[in-house]
Design a protein around this ligand. Sequence first.
Ligand SMILES: [Zn+2]
Length: 504
Amino acid sequence: MDIHAIAQQRFNIPYLRPFQQLVIKRIIEDDRPQSHHRPTVVILPTGGGKSLCYMLPATVVEGLIIIVYPLLSLMNDQRRRFERAGIECVQLQGNQSSQRRRNSFAQIDDGVKVVITNAETLEQPQILAQLGRHTISVLVLDEAHTIVSWGKGFRPSLARLGLLIAHLPVRQLLLFTATADALVLAELNRLIYPNRRSHLIRASSNRANISYHVTFTLSPKRAVTTYLKMPQSRPALVFCRTRRLCETMSEHFRLCHPAIPTFYYHAGLSKAERQRIEDAYIDDRGAVLFATNAFGMGVDKSDIRTVIHTYLPPDALSFLQESGRGGRDGRHCHSLVLLKANDVPSSPLYAIFSQDSVCFRSLLLNALDERVDTCSGCDVCDNTYYKTSEGEQAIIAAVRHKVLGHSVVSLIEQLTDDRIRYRHSGHLAGWQPIEVNEAIQTLIAAKKIRALKRGGRLYCPPSLTNRRALRTVWQRGGSDGNDQGYPKRSIAQLIQRALRLFIR
Ligand SMILES: [Zn+2]
């Protein structure tokens, strides 16, 4: 059986990735009643091309294919993918009427081969018994790492999946997990297939069509609006740390670019609202979506051209998973990280992106114990690493120019005022007041400028050299001039000199 021909004709996929070939061959070739196989564990951190591993066999094998997901949204996504590919499937989940259940099982009796479900539903004895009457060619546990991480806590049914599977006539057990962590693998072995050894397939996490970039910025709003102005950088996905930031950033973007479809997405929205946004975003070819990491693990938009992180995820695995949402169609995608002056330097990702000497890609993959020999694009390898933040010099110049004179409001006014007389003392052409405010707040958080406690006037703390010089001026001026060889100065002269050093 030529799986390449099936992939081309049935799914219009010209090239199968090595891990796909391995998994599909194992499923098809071992779909025999007498065989008793080792479970297959596929380590696939970025999630690209996983569903083909069971969609293609679904058109060929004899028995049922059951796919177990930890989240309802993933079940829905997968059902849509099957429907798009013209493969019939049934979805078994909680809160379905008994009539609907009966219909589903009637469909299975009539030859529908694919069942999408979750652990809680499989625990119902009636469902388990009815599924047990059929031969099950493959049982797939998707996002299997959640069995370990959630099974111990709020989803105990996940941890009991192994006991349920033992009751079913399953020929092939297939697990997809995002992490290659030895602890996770050992736990999966204990919970899901005790006393059996597994066959491990490791798909590389390297996504050659994604290039990694970093931009130092004071204002993420400004960076995002500037970067996504270009049509070739869209559709785009922008990850924000909080729900509130999703909303304010998308609001700002919409104001700056009213013609570009803009959405935001987070767990605080109603289910219907989220569904509406997912559908609108998936179908649009130029849209921008601002999302928290609640944006579903499996949401299937293949043509995302830019993924922007406005904050740093906790580790390399989460970062690669999130940036891996881009470029699923195999075409080029930019992954852009925004670093701010007040970011926490202790984060492992900060260490990767704040240096300019070692390839980002190799550092990211090293963190997952993977080696990569060639880089297909990152700021270090391309020699495009710039450590300056746009606007920083202009803002500091403006604050220094008017010692103790500016409030935040008057500073914003001056910096965005296009009249020529201000240009020598700091000017930000084309910036929106909201962006300038964000930049000033970043500089205050990074302690590069300070606000007086009373009145909020802004000033720049003097540099270390200037602080030393100040002390000298003060000491010399205050001492007895004759002894030291320096003339004694008046208070006015001292203040004048001190101020000159202060504002420099
Ligand atoms: Zn590189």
